[in-house]
Design a protein around this ligand. Structure first.
Ligand code: DAH
Length: 339
């Protein structure tokens, strides 16, 4: 019987060694080591042996069991780690590969033009300021020399909020905040969103963008204003531009001007774009009114300044010949992808 057990064990060992996968090996284990397996059958026969034979056969049986179980465990571990390695190989991901088919976004044309103008003025020593979109009546109107009964308030249809607050109708209130915060001498620009209670059509929006500029110093003159405006325009249009000043009224400047540029389409000869005049209205500007300097805590006897209000939205429309202002805030990707 001992010989039979040893023969069975060595046959099973070589079958385990030859097994190609866990299933094959499991079949051998059930057949030999299982509760109804061959070794168990030998166990049942033990009762028929003499006491001394039983001791030896028992040892052989236990020895066979132990060595088979050990062989089985070792091979099982080997199979499992091979399976794990295979999975690690086949499921390996390179997380650094960029996903296919994604196109990078781009900056909104308004942001692009704003960035350009900011770096231009930054290089000339101007500070870039931000102001709140919800403003006080004081900053938006009173401090800009537009008292409550002034007809100029009617020029800007205002979204009124509670408690004397409003959505700012222009970026000019940032002039006041700039004067108060920084004091003279002062060079600042303030780009931002402004709001008017307007009927929306191809050339009117309730929300649009302006860029305010202000310089306060001793002996600031219209020559300074013109110099900075010409620098601004050649920066934007990438060429020398001819400009002219026409009188214009804004309560916060005196004198106030409308700055026109020579029409770039016809070079001043007259065409439909400039309505045959040869000139295109570009931005309002002027020398800061003494009342505004005073409201900003600056003594007009000592300091003077110029200010301008650039319509960023309008400028973008001119640059890219966009004929409907509503495109700019539409969020329409067909429009945005062109920039
Ligand atoms: N704040 C004015 C507006 O939105 C524009 C403006 C005019 C700004 C003249 C200025 C200026 O700084 O000097 O209608």
């Amino acid at each position: 019987m001992i010989a039979e057990i040893e023969a069975l064990a060595s046959a099973a060992l070589s079958r385990i060694a030859a097994a190609a996968n866990l299933d094959e090996m499991e079949a051998v284990r059930v057949e030999v080591l299982g509760r109804k397996g061959t070794l168990a059958e030998f166990g049942k026969l033990m009762g028929k042996l003499s006491a001394s034979e039983r001791v030896d056969a028992g040892k052989a049986l236990n020895g066979a069991k132990t060595s088979l179980e050990a062989a089985f465990d070792i091979k099982k571990t080997a199979f499992e780690s091979a399976a794990l390695n295979e999975r690690l190989q086949s499921e390996w991901l390179d997380l650094t590969i960029p996903p296919p088919g994604l196109t990078p976004g781009s900056l909104h044309p308004l942001t692009q033009i704003q960035n350009e103008i900011e770096s231009l003025f930054f290089s000339m020593g101007f500070t870039i300021l931000d102001g709140p979109e919800v403003e006080t009546e004081f900053h938006n109107f009173d401090a800009l020399n537009i008292p409550a009964d002034h007809p100029a308030r009617d020029m800007q249809d205002t979204f009124w909020l509670e408690g004397g607050h409003l959505l700012r109708t222009h970026t000019s209130p940032v002039q006041v905040r700039g004067m108060m915060r920084l004091g003279p001498p002062l060079r600042m620009i303030a780009p931002g969103r402004v709001f008017r209670n307007e009927e929306v059509d191809p050339s009117h929006e309730h929300t649009f963008y302006q860029l305010e500029g202000m310089m306060v110093d001793r002996d600031v003159s219209i020559a300074n204003l013109l110099y900075f405006m010409k620098t601004l325009l050649s920066g934007i249009f990438k060429r020398d531009t001819t400009v002219r000043l026409r009188p214009g009224f804004f309560p916060f400047v005196e004198p106030g001007f409308e700055l026109d540029i020579e029409c770039m389409v016809c070079g001043g000869a007259g065409c439909p774009v400039c309505k045959q005049s040869g000139w295109v209205e570009l931005l309002p500007c002027g020398l800061v009114h003494p009342n505004v300097l005073r409201a900003g805590g600056i003594d007009p006897a000592e300091f003077g300044g110029f200010a301008f209000g650039l319509g960023l939205t309008r400028l973008v429309m001119m640059r890219y010949l966009i004929d409907d202002i509503r495109w700019l805030q539409s969020g329409d990707l067909r429009f945005l992808k062109q920039f």
